[in-house]
Design a protein around this ligand. Structure first.
Ligand code: PEP
Length: 253
């Protein structure tokens, strides 16, 4: 774990205009200064990326998007391409978030196209996986997460390890205030790392950061991040306020 740098990534979802976003980043920048112990990223909505990129010019905090289309350009009304995200200085892109899987019917095959396109465009995918409550109660957690991983990573090779991030987000814990216990999360993170090892080799699996997401906040973060296979967090609600977001970075350092 010592050679995996923690990553705290904020998923703002459909929150913050451009000016609200840059105000939040200014507060985060002041609080964090030039710390480099922990990787930090914010993922604003598309419409706030440009103003957020400006606010991040002198910062070590990196920028990410919440989704993208796999093609570089073309007749895809309403969509945004990897080239466009690179042009706005994005480093990361969240792919396969459970809200996109559920509300926008994204399949593993489509998410896989996006993962490959992101890597091809030098964007670092944060591939989200996780089971619903119903699936957990039916003892399908491992099978579901494994299927999402295998499907999402088809065609990905070991040399992507430095650029690939996985986020384990149990759907029942997202935005609900319910967090997986550290032991429950670790069990799945370990399974994910074992699966990465069989897909990409042990060397690659040891390098890939696996974030936990689902109601992570300053009160529960340290026991989660103490687990051997939890390398940081994908943070929703607690990323919308500088105070809680900065505290999470401090807990990770
Ligand atoms: C998320 O949606 O990525 C998330 C983790 O949300 P929250 O922290 O609000 O549960």
């Amino acid at each position: 774990k010592t050679f995996r740098k923690y990553l705290i990534a904020g998923n703002w979802k459909m929150n913050k205009t451009g000016s609200e976003g840059s105000d939040l980043i200014n507060e985060i920048n002041i609080a964090l200064g030039k710390q480099t112990d922990v990787g930090v990223a914010v993922c604003p909505p598309f419409t706030a990326l440009e103003s957020c990129a400006k606010a991040l010019e002198d910062s070590n905090v990196q920028l990410g998007a919440q989704n993208m289309h796999p093609k570089s350009e073309g007749a895809y009304t309403g969509e945004v391409s990897p080239v466009m995200l690179r042009d706005l200085f994005c480093t990361f892109v969240v792919l396969g978030h459970s809200e996109r899987r559920e509300y926008f019917k994204e399949s593993d095959a489509f998410i896989n196209e996006k993962v490959l396109a992101a890597l091809d465009s030098s964007l670092k995918p944060i591939l989200c996986v996780g089971e619903t409550l119903e699936q957990r109660e039916a003892n399908e957690t491992f099978a579901v997460v494994k299927e999402q991983l295998v499907g999402g990573l088809k065609g990905v090779t070991a040399d992507a390890a430095d650029n690939l991030v996985i986020a384990y987000e149990p759907v029942w814990a997202i935005g609900t205030g319910k967090t997986a216990t550290p032991e429950m999360a670790q069990e799945v993170h370990k399974m994910i790392r074992d699966e990465l090892s069989s897909l990409l080799g042990a060397g690659a699996a040891a390098k890939i950061r696996i974030l936990y997401g689902g109601s992570m906040k300053p009160e529960n973060a340290s026991s989660l991040m103490d687990q051997p296979d939890i390398d940081g967090g994908l943070i929703g609600g607690a990323a919308l306020k500088a105070k809680s977001f900065v505290e999470l970075v401090e807990i990770a350092s």
